[in-house]
Structure formats: C-alpha cells, structure tokens
Design a protein around this ligand. Structure first.
Ligand code: FAD
Length: 439
C-alpha cells in the first residue's frame, strides 16, 4: 500500500514516530498538528528504556543507536533506617539488576525529529478541536477530517491521534474511555548533576550506574541520572510518588507545570522529603530549583479499540500506563512499529488498520494491568518496608510480575533486521555505543 494523506494530531514521541513510519512506507503527505508552539525538547525529564527494547527499536529503524543515553545497571531499593545512624542513603533492601539506559526526553524527541523525511510537515501551535470520519477524505470515498482552533477543516485519508492522555481523537473514536485517577500523584524534578558535590558525601556517595528507589510508607522516590541537553552534561532526575495534595483539583488539566508551584506547595514537598527520606536523598531533593519541579497525577487508561473508520489511536492517547512500568516511550514506539508492519503487509486501509488494532490493543491492556499491579504493590498497598529484606523483596517483586505484561514493555514479536536505509550508519553507531554514553 502506498500514497495517501495522513494527519497526525500531536507531535511528541508517538506522533513523531508515526509520522516517520507513515512517510517511509510511502504516504504522499504527512502533516503533524502540534498544539505546543515552542520547542518540545524543553520538556526535559528522564525516561528509562530497557536495553532489549531499545535494541529492537533500533533494529526496526525507530530509534537512532547513537542517541545519547546514560547507562544504569542496578536498582538499589532502600528505606529510611529507623534504628538511627546507619547509611545516610538508607538501609539497603535489595540491589536488583537493571539493564536499562536513561534518556533525556528532549534529546530522545530531537533524535526522532532528525532525519524526518521531507514530506512530513510540522505545524506547531496548531490545536485540533475536533476530528471525524465521514467519507470526506481519500480517493476511495472514505476518509477523515481534522478541524483546528482557527476553524479550518481539512480532509485526510487517515487521522492518527497521538495527542496524549486527554486526546481529542479518542473523544471521537472511543468516547466512553476516560483516564481513571489512580489515587496518588508524582512530583518530579531535575537539576544539573554537578550540584551533587554540595551534598554531604558528594556525588561519589551515589554510583553513576545506580537507579535509587527509596521506599517510605505511602510512596517511594525513584532517582537516576540522565544525559543533559548539552553533550557531556548530566542531570539528576527524580520521580516522587506521594499522596494526593489537599489543594489538587482533578476536574481540569491537572499537571502542575514546572515553575507553577507556589512556595507553600513546594514546602509541602520539602516537608515530605525531610520527614520520610534518608538524609542523603532528602538533601538531594532539596537541591531542586522550584522552576524544575512539577507535579503529575497518575492515571490509568485502556481503550477497548484503537481504530474506527479512518481514525487511529497511538501512544498515550490509546493507553496510559503508570510510570512504575517505565514503558511509556517504548509503548509509543512499538505502536509505530506495529502500524508500519501492518501498513507494509496490508492491501487496503481497512486491512492495515484492523491488523494494527489486533496487534496493539491487547498489548496496551496488558501494560495497563501490569502498571496497576506495580502501583498497588509499591504505593497503594506497599509492604511494611521495615520488615523487608532481600529474599522478601525478590519474592515480592516476582509476585508483581505474575500475569501479563512485561516490565519496561514486552518484547516485539519478531526482531526485524537492521535497516541501514533508515538510519544510514546504524551499524557503525551501534559499534560505537559506549562512546555515545554520558560519562
Ligand atoms: C511533559 C511530559 C513528560 C513526560 N515524562 C515522561 C517520563 O519521564 N517517562 C516516561 O516514560 N514517559 C513520560 N512521558 C510520557 C511519555 O513521553 C509518553 O508515554 C510517551 O512518550 C508517549 O507519549 P505520546 O507521544 O503518546 O503523548 P504525549 O507525550 O502526551 O504527547 C501528546 C502531544 O499531543 C499534543 N496535543 C495534545 N492535544 C492536542 C490537540 N488538541 N491538538 C494538537 N496537539 C495536541 C501535546 O501538546 C503533546 O505534544 C511524558 C510526557 C509528557 C508530555
């Protein structure tokens, strides 16, 4: 199947991956409509990707093997040492092997944008207000349309909803599916890793390849380093799961962006860190500037279907998985992979869209279920950490993984071969992998 016009609503990770996939499969025209007028890489936060999932996505041509990343090998689970004294980083519960790399969201997004085929047009600052499927689009009499905030309405052969958890496309395709609040939030922060030198014990107290997970009654904090925006620089990134703040309203746009937390709200976080975390980690969180601190409520969302007529859902518009599973970016990129495979094998739009739906609907629901299990075990109904030791942690972890879904995302069905036509020097960059990592 070749040709056709495609609108992609949302130009983040899923939108960019789908735009690239559609263009290289021969779409005649691809238009990405992105609400944000600015540079999306300014959303800098950390993302972790399992090494096996990364390798599959490089092989499939969805990621550049040379994208800057930071190597993690171990996840150190710890809790505050209530016996007094002890390790300022807390009592070690378990050193879990962690074959992941961390990424800067913006660097990953920029890598997706680089080398985008010339027939992909990005329209930044364009808010889509409605979409529909009514036979107004493609040459076979079927199609879809997109309306934006200026009142303009355009026909396309296919409209892809990559517009995140509050998707306008999902409203049209599957209005009954709504994100459900999980009952807790995560505070997030990042700062230049050079500032770790200000901590008692300095940066050396925290090995560079270690993802720290500090557990407390009612939540946990996950901390790891990520590459900075500038090559050679490193940032600290943390995600602090916590009870719902009394002032948080959940009836409108609910993320509180960086810089929008007033002093009282930021103090609340500082008090929580001081009260619950071992001293090293409390001091680390306190190093985060207010303008680099923000809050995201945690949601679950699984849609019963991903396609209807000429509308298709991708990434977080289709499924929102709790971050405990570290699979958000992988899920979006695997969606793009499945779409591309379905397109390559399909002889009609209907056939290709049905194949995509089959391939990804179940995978999405499994990830949502796993995210719920991890969230319950680690936050909602967490064990009494003071009683846990390594054997207890290992058993507890395996219990969470019993059932469907893979931690960090499930493997792609069949590994594709390296496609040098997509990333011309993939093989060379893979060989130079270690050079690409941050120190
Ligand atoms: C600020 C931010 C931080 C994140 N941090 C992490 C992280 O640390 N770890 C992790 O695993 N995942 C993170 N995620 C989620 C992760 O990026 C996603 O799970 C994954 O990348 C897939 O996202 P997506 O592209 O489907 O949706 P999103 O990243 O949510 O992107 C949706 C895009 O659609 C645009 N949009 C929305 N509505 C409209 C509209 N009506 N018209 C036009 N455009 C619209 C938005 O501006 C946005 O660019 C983050 C997402 C965001 C937005």
């Amino acid at each position: 199947m070749r040709g056709g016009s495609i609108a992609v609503v949302g130009g983040s990770i899923a939108g960019s991956a789908f735009a690239r996939a559609a263009a290289r499969q021969g779409a005649e025209r691809v238009v990405v409509l992105e609400r944000s007028p600015g540079r999306l890489e300014d959303r800098g936060v950390g993302i972790c990707i399992h090494d096996d999932r990364f390798a599959e996505l490089v092989d499939g041509g969805h990621l550049d093997a040379g994208v800057r990343r930071h190597r993690l090998t171990v996840r150190r689970w710890a809790t505050r040492d209530t016996s007094g004294g002890g390790d300022p980083r807390g009592r070690l519960l378990w050193a879990q092997p962690m074959p992941f790399h961390s990424f800067h969201w913006g660097v990953l997004w920029q890598a997706l944008r680089e080398g985008m085929p010339g027939n992909v047009e990005y329209r930044l600052g364009t808010t889509v207000t409605a979409v529909g499927t009514d036979g107004s689009g493609g040459g076979d009499g079927n199609g879809a349309w997109v309306a934006d905030a200026s009142g303009k309405r355009e026909p396309y052969d296919l409209v892809i909803g990559a517009d995140g958890y509050r998707s306008v496309v999902r409203e049209a395709l599957c209005p009954e599916a709504r994100p459900e609040y999980a009952g807790y939030v995560c505070w997030r922060g990042s700062f230049d890793a050079a500032r770790l030198a200000e901590l008692p014990g300095g940066a050396e107290a925290w090995p560079e390849d270690e993802c720290a997970t500090v557990c407390y009654p009612g939540g946990q904090v996950v901390l790891y380093r990520i590459p900075g925006v500038n090559p050679g620089s490193t940032q600290v990134n943390w995600v602090f799961y916590a009870p719902t703040p009394a002032w948080l309203r959940l009836d409108g746009p609910t993320s509180i962006p960086a810089g929008a937390l007033d002093d009282g709200r930021a103090d609340e976080l500082a008090d929580l860190a001081e009260r619950e975390l071992p001293p090293y980690w409390a001091a680390l969180v306190a190093l985060t500037p207010p303008e680099r601190t923000f809050l995201q409520p945690i949601y679950d969302l699984a849609t019963p279907r991903r396609t209807a007529g000429r509308l298709l859902l991708a990434g977080d518009a289709a499924t929102v998985v709790r971050p405990h599973n570290t699979s958000g970016a992988v899920k979006a990129l695997q969606d793009a992979h499945a779409f591309e495979e379905a397109w390559r094998a399909g002889h009609s739009w209907a056939g290709a869209l049905a194949a995509y739906d089959r391939e990804r609907s179940l995978a999405g629901r499994e990830l949502v279920d796993l995210g719920r299990r991890l969230g319950r075990a680690q936050v909602g109904a967490a064990p009494d950490w003071s009683t846990m030791d390594e054997p207890g942690m290992v058993a507890w972890w395996h219990q969470q993984l019993t059932g469907s879904g893979g931690f960090g995302g499930s493997p792609l069905g069949a590994r594709s071969t390296v496609r040098p036509d997509v990333w011309p020097d993939t093989a060379r960059r893979t060989a130079e992998h270690t050079d690409a990592e941050t120190p």
